[in-house]
Design a protein around this ligand. Structure first.
Ligand code: HEC
Ligand code: HEC
Length: 659
């Protein structure tokens, strides 16, 4: 071995370099307080290594980014661990750089002759922040997409150069594919190169000036190797262990694929930017504008930081004290604002429901991508856009929830209440953060169980109660002759006055009719009892029992659905394939047709302009549960809560709304 080393040394002189590197003096002995710089270098190396690994699979384009990260996360061997390490190491770098900075200020290690190295450090800090900012976008999921959009908008608010800087960062006036490629170039090319360059200078200066020793007499002088190297190594391994724990047990999230048209309400920056985010939301700050809060204030703080060596030079010991107070003060403010942001978010029902929804959509996206059909050629965004389970609730909330509810909520887990209810019945007002009170009380049936046995049972046995929601509507109160009245109609009489329907000897028959009606919906998610269905058809269509059959009035029951009005449908809504996709689509498009509610109709007709064919299809497939099965948990039912709130309204007068 030795001859080889000597041969090498003759040609490279590596021995003296090694000696130089390892036998640096450490007056006052090796100490734990000196490890922070080394851990930073270590974590950066880890980022480079894991970053290259990720790069081997990552595809920076809007139809491949999310997909490739999904692939890394779920298909690549140990991919999730590597991604988790990269994710948490990025956060560790910000934390470690913060600690390093505090340490430097406390020790006064920024003073002459180390000013330049201090400034190099501040540049490094900004590069690291830039790296994490650009990295956040790369998975191209909803979270990163919308949070980064906020960032580029902030950039545009910078004085003078703002708009140009935004266009430069975004790769044009639009936020999209070129933004992603630019951010990737920044993240994997430009910023790391800058970081290596400045880090080299930083370490060079550090070595030139030697360690800033806190206390010469702490212990006998030693050298870097082996005492300090050992401490550094232990610290680095400690950091690695913590990162591995996070990577293995928590992992990095991957939200639903980014979709520019699906607004994302849960957008938050990475946690170490939360303080700034919270700061910007103070009314005083808001009123002074984004430029002030997001550019000027942070700029001034960076300026004060950079001026520390000068402060200490001109003000001497008291300048150093000012610097220390400033550093601790800033740390306290950052911690306090971060805590405030977290606590407030946790108490904010709207934000929590947005988070729950984001988690739901992410879960669904992973479920579909790993399902039998996988990710379609059009990409993950298209996959989500074509999924009734993901889109149905959104369409329902947008188009239908002003009158109908879905198990008491608006389809997306939000309980919708009347605006007037700013005043609680018992005094006081509702907390707008706990209730989203933008529309009215329900004025049409809750459709959460539409087409199920429960729904059919309600229609037959309890018609008046089943449709009682209609009585909340303005048109009902303004009573006109032709209104739909759950209490007064042939159907209401037939259902309400018919004790025979609940007589013990008829219970089985009514059950059979219900089974038959469910069969007519064609739903595949509800297992049917075929014998019962046949019996139900005999009763409902052929009138095979002692009571008046459905067909005496609803002449079309049991037939195939056709969207035309006939004598059979005159005055009696068509029950041909009642509740099936084709019936529903026709009803939603033409509720005022004679075959549905004719003149009594009060529901707006949804023309193709209001609700496109593709949207209608998604909505109806969601209502009829026609989508790849999901293990994503359903929103909890809120019917009981809704009823409670409605009943606690000022008694007497019915609840009236504008709808
Ligand atoms: C302005 C209030 C309003 C809106 C918005 C509304 N509906 Fe209706 N809906 C009604 C009323 C009132 C009825 C009762 C029947 C009628 O008036 O035609 C009804 C009835 C229904 C029924 C029939 C239930 C039955 O068996 O009798 C279905 C299904 C339905 N609506 C679905 C929807 C869907 C889906 C949307 C959204 C695309 C929607 N509705 C939007 C008011 C509304
Ligand atoms: C005596 C006549 C009569 C009988 C019998 C009858 N219905 Fe009806 N039904 C009506 C009328 C009329 C309406 C429309 C209600 C209105 O105009 O207020 C209606 C409405 C309905 C609706 C709501 C339709 C829609 O478009 O949303 C359903 C569902 C329904 N009936 C189911 C049944 C079933 C199932 C049976 C048999 C078990 C049955 N009805 C028996 C007269 C009848």
């Amino acid at each position: 071995m030795t001859p080889l080393m000597t041969w090498l040394d003759d040609r490279t002189g590596f021995r003296s370099v090694m000696h130089e590197a390892l036998y640096e003096r450490v007056p006052g002995g090796a100490r734990w307080r000196y490890v922070w710089g080394s851990t930073l270098v270590f974590v950066f190396m880890l980022q480079v290594i894991t970053g290259f690994m990720l790069w081997m699979f990552y595809s920076p384009n809007t139809r491949g980014a999310w997909e490739s990260v999904y692939y890394i996360q779920h298909e690549v061997y140990l991919g999730d661990i590597v991604r988790g390490l990269h994710h948490y190491a990025a956060q560790a770098m910000v934390v470690l750089i913060g600690i390093h900075l505090i340490q430097v200020v406390i020790d006064g290690a920024y003073r002459a002759p180390r000013e330049i190295n201090f400034w190099l450090g501040i540049i490094l800090l900004n590069i690291v922040l830039g790296l994490s900012l650009t990295g956040y976008l790369l998975p191209w999921d909803q979270k990163g997409y919308y949070a980064t959009r906020v960032t580029t908008n902030i950039v545009s608010s910078a004085p003078v150069i703002g708009p140009a800087a935004q266009i430069l960062a975004q790769g044009g006036p639009q936020y999209g594919h070129l933004t992603l490629t630019r951010f990737f170039a920044m993240h994997a090319g430009i910023l790391p190169t800058l970081l290596v360059a400045f880090l080299a200078l930083h370490i060079y200066c550090f070595r030139r000036q030697g360690l800033k020793v806190a206390d010469e007499n702490h212990a006998p002088e030693t050298t870097f190797w082996p005492d300090q190297v050992l401490k550094d190594a232990v610290a680095c391994l400690g950091v690695l262990a913590v990162l591995l724990l996070f990577a293995v047990f928590r992992g990095a999230e991957l939200g639903a694929p980014a979709d520019p048209v699906v607004k994302f309400d849960a957008a938050r920056p990475e946690w170490y930017y939360l303080f700034l985010f919270r700061f910007l939301r103070f009314h005083a700050v808001e009123s002074l504008g984004v430029t002030f809060g997001a550019i000027i204030v942070p700029g001034v703080i960076m300026g004060i930081l950079a001026a520390m060596p000068l402060t200490a030079k001109f003000l001497g010991e008291s300048g150093h004290r000012i610097n220390k107070v400033f550093t601790w003060g800033m740390t306290a403010v950052i911690v306090a604002l971060t805590a405030l942001a977290i606590v407030e978010d946790q108490a904010d029902v709207n934000h929590q429901s947005a988070i729950a929804e984001a988690a739901r959509e992410a879960h669904r996206a992973h479920e579909l991508a790993s399902g039998p059909d996988g990710i379609p050629a059009g990409g993950a965004m298209e996959m989500m856009r074509n999924d009734p389970f993901a889109q149905g609730p959104r369409l329902f909330a947008k188009h239908c929830a002003s009158c109908h509810r879905w198990n008491g909520h608006n389809g997306r887990g939000v309980i919708v209440l009347d605006r007037r209810e700013d005043e609680k019945p018992g005094g006081g007002s509702y907390d707008p953060k706990r209730f989203k009170s933008y529309t009215a009380v329900p004025t049409a049936a809750d459709l959460g169980n539409f087409g199920t046995r429960d729904w059919m049972r309600g229609v037959i046995l309890d018609y008046s109660e089943h449709f009682a929601w209609l009585k909340n509507a303005q048109w009902y109160t303004d009573s006109d002759d032709d209104r739909l009245d759950p209490d007064v109609s042939e159907m209401a009489e037939w259902s309400g006055d018919n004790d025979a329907l609940t007589a013990p000897e008829n219970v089985a028959d009514v059950d059979a009719v219900i089974e038959f009606l469910v069969a007519e919906t064609g739903r595949e998610d509800l297992a049917l009892d075929t014998e019962k269905v046949a019996r139900g058809r005999a009763i409902a269509v052929d009138g095979d029992w002692s009571l008046e059959s459905c067909a005496t009035c609803h002449g079309t029951i049991g037939q195939d659905f056709v969207a035309v009005d006939t004598d059979d449908t005159y005055g009696y809504p068509t029950l041909a394939k009642y509740g099936s996709a084709s019936w529903l689509k026709d009803f939603i498009r033409n509720p005022d047709a004679e075959r549905h509610y004719g003149a009594k109709n009060r529901m707006p007709a949804y023309s193709a302009e209001k609700l496109g064919d593709a949207e209608l299809d998604l909505l109806v497939r969601w209502i009829t549960h026609d989508y790849p099965e999901s293990r994503v948990e359903d929103y909890p039912g809120m019917l009981d809560r809704l009823r409670q709130v409605l009943e606690s309204e000022e008694s007497g007068s019915p609840v009236v709304s504008d709808q």
